[in-house]
Ligand binder design. Structure first.
Ligand SMILES: C[S@@+](CC[C@H](N)C(=O)[O-])C[C@H]1O[C@@H](n2cnc3c(N)ncnc32)[C@H](O)[C@@H]1O
Length: 241
């Protein structure tokens, strides 16, 4: 694949700046629907998106095209599709580490596909941990607010990968995360996750309180504050080993 020619300079930047502003040659492995890709610049001479969900890939492709880059798309589960995915200078996994069934093979395949840098971004806590009070209130189920990113860091250490780390508060304007046109649709997603019937919508709305709100013009429910953690390491001679 074609890569930007000044990637060495670009990888020296802090990762979230690199992701959200430069987006040089990114292989968006388990790719980003929005995060970072709204800013895909002319520096990204090639970009690959990998995700198991077709709708996520469509959003990804539209974002890349609107930034002037024609993406390659690989639909499938990582690392099963690694063999048919090209390598790239930089590999990014956006908000997917909590989804990976087995983090070891997942990360090693990312590492294997990066010429320069691997970047993992995720919230510091499990992305649905904020619903613990709803599970308690509606079902009397004590749902743990975990795992946390420290578990991924520990798993990486077992692979002899010791990433750099940067934590940042993610505000409502952060491009990560989706949303709905209507408040009702945002409530319906919470209801579905809680396995409740539509009759519960009013009670769900009340329980959500200020967590149900418009962000970037879209309705969504989620924690009012959260921390996004960027973990990154360089290859082939960076902080690995
Ligand atoms: C929380 S969403 C994050 C979406 C997007 N990457 C972003 O940063 O906004 C998690 C995404 O990871 C995808 N996913 C989870 N595990 C995966 C895997 N093993 N291989 C490919 N895609 C995966 C899901 O289909 C889903 O689109």
């Amino acid at each position: 694949m074609v890569l930007a020619d000044d990637v060495e300079k670009k990888v020296g930047r802090t990762p979230h700046e690199f992701l959200s502003k430069d987006i040089a040659p990114i292989t968006g492995t388990c790719c980003c629907s929005k995060y970072g890709l709204t800013a895909v610049s002319a520096a990204a001479s090639a970009i690959i998106g990998v995700d198991q969900q077709a709708d996520m890939l469509e959003t990804f492709a539209a974002a890349a095209r609107s930034a002037g880059v024609e993406p390659s798309i690989v639909q499938g589960t990582w690392p099963d599709v690694a063999d048919r995915t090209a390598t790239a200078d930089v590999v990014v996994s956006g908000h997917t580490v909590y989804n990976a069934a087995d983090l070891g093979p997942f990360v090693l395949a990312l590492d294997d596909h990066a010429a320069h840098r691997v970047i993992l971004e995720a919230t510091d806590r499990h992305p649905l941990g904020w619903m613990a009070d709803l599970w308690a209130g509606f079902h009397e189920i004590d749902m743990p607010d975990e795992p946390a990113i420290e578990l991924a860091v520990a798993a990486l250490a077992e692979l002899d990968i010791r990433p750099s780390r940067e934590d940042r508060p993610a505000g409502d304007s952060d491009p990560a995360g989706g949303g709905f046109e209507t408040k009702g649709a945002a409530i319906a997603l919470v209801r579905k996750r809680l396995c409740l019937e539509p009759e519960a919508d009013a009670a769900i709305e009340e329980a959500l309180g200020e967590r149900l709100r418009m962000r970037n013009g879209m309705w969504s429910a989620g924690p009012t504050t959260r921390t996004v953690v960027t973990l990154w390491w360089d290859r082939p001679t960076g902080s690995r080993g």
